[in-house]
Design a protein around this ligand. Structure first.
Ligand code: AMP
Ligand code: TRP
Length: 336
């Protein structure tokens, strides 16, 4: 049997998980596990590139692990980046194959350095600049074939391919696999409080619905969703209403989606009815995730051990790559 293709993706432990993250990325990660060899990293080295709090970083890392397990990521596919320090080692090596001018032009760096310098210390770290090279190392170290990410990561994927190409040319061999971006089919989920904005944690509490929020809070956020944002051309949905329909579709509630849409087209849709259906859908999903998470949290010790084991197994693959890369680059390889 031919080897399965390899999928790799990563997420930063920088806060709560919301329905935008779930429908936009993580739900797809769960499904890909059926078909591919998958590796999903919680990238704590990346989370150090913006001003941060060490205690909070560790808490967020483990919180995210529980969240990912609760929504259906298999423990053997999950690892913590800093438990595989070879990512940082390969990152250093790849720095020498990354063009300064190209890295300087990354839009995520431009956006985040503005945010960072606007902070109270007015500080931009070299780590923030180097972030995409470490991301290239995350991908190349496992020779990933596919990287499922949102559109915003396209530039980082292109840079990864350029770095891989330059390395391959230097060593005279197609050593690194050139990874392909796997676009998520689900469109962007918008904030229910302001449907012109993307649902996100950085925009503030009311602009995201936590996957693990209390039922009453989910109902309140959907109940107060903005539906009448600006003039809407005849026959089209307002962005707020469109977003509520998108949520139903993303949750695979196609029957409810189609019948409510038909009611809308007939001019008989009560927004309260649409909102109630969306709220029920999200509450039902969230209840299931919460229940799974509660069970996991009861068993912290065994989760820690599982993550230790899976990170170790995944690390063995990374170590193999580093050994080969060092040989190819003229670095010394000895066993102590
Ligand atoms: P972030 O929360 O920005 O670190 O993103 C983590 C993952 O969730 C990335 O793959 C994003 O593309 C995805 N994501 C974040 N917010 C949304 C959203 N509002 N709609 C769809 N996908 C999202
Ligand atoms: N930069 C990605 C984000 O902001 C996170 C990330 C880090 C990543 N390393 C990666 C994504 C490797 C895919 C592959 O969402």
């Amino acid at each position: 049997m031919a080897d399965k293709k390899r999928v790799l993706s990563c997420i930063q432990p920088t806060g709560d998980m919301h329905f935008g993250n779930y429908f936009g990325a993580v739900k797809n990660w769960v499904n890909l596990q059926k078909e591919y060899t998958c590796m999903y990293g919680v990238v704590d080295y990346h989370a150090m590139t913006m001003p941060y709090n060490p205690k909070k970083l560790k808490e967020n890392t483990w919180e995210l692990i529980y969240n990912l397990l609760a929504v259906g990521i298999e423990p053997e596919n999950l690892f913590i980046q800093s438990l595989v320090p070879e990512h940082a080692e390969l990152g250093w090596i790849l720095n020498n194959f990354a063009s300064f001018g190209r890295v300087e032009n990354m839009t995520q760096f431009k956006d985040k350095s503005q945010q960072s310098s606007a902070g109270k210390e007015g500080f931009i770290s070299v780590g923030l600049f180097d972030y995409p090279v470490l991301q290239a190392a995350d991908i190349l170290i496992y020779r990933a074939d596919y990287v499922p990410v949102g559109e915003d990561q396209k530039q980082h994927l292109e840079l990864t391919k350029e770095i891989a190409n330059r390395f391959n040319n230097q060593v005279g061999k197609e050593y690194f696999v050139l990874p392909e971006m796997l676009r998520t089919v689900t469109p962007k989920i918008m904030s229910t409080a302001d449907p012109m904005k993307k649902m996100s944690k950085s925009a503030g509490e009311k602009h995201n619905i936590s996957l693990f929020a209390e039922e009453a809070r989910i109902r309140k956020q959907i109940g107060s969703a903005v539906t009448d944002s600006g003039a809407v051309p005849e026959g089209e949905l307002s962005v707020g209403i469109q977003n509520l329909f998108t949520l139903l579709k993303a949750a695979d509630k196609m029957a409810a989606h189609d019948s409510l849409l038909q009611t809308y087209q007939e001019g008989n849709l009560k927004y309260s009815e649409l909102k109630a259906t969306v709220a029920d859908t999200l509450v039902e999903l969230s209840a299931d995730f919460k229940q799974k998470k509660e069970a996991l949290v009861q068993d912290k010790k065994s989760i820690k051990n599982q993550l230790k084991q899976s990170s170790h197994e995944i690390r063995l693959r990374a170590q193999q790559t580093i050994k080969e890369v060092k040989d190819l680059c003229g670095l010394s390889n000895v066993r102590f």
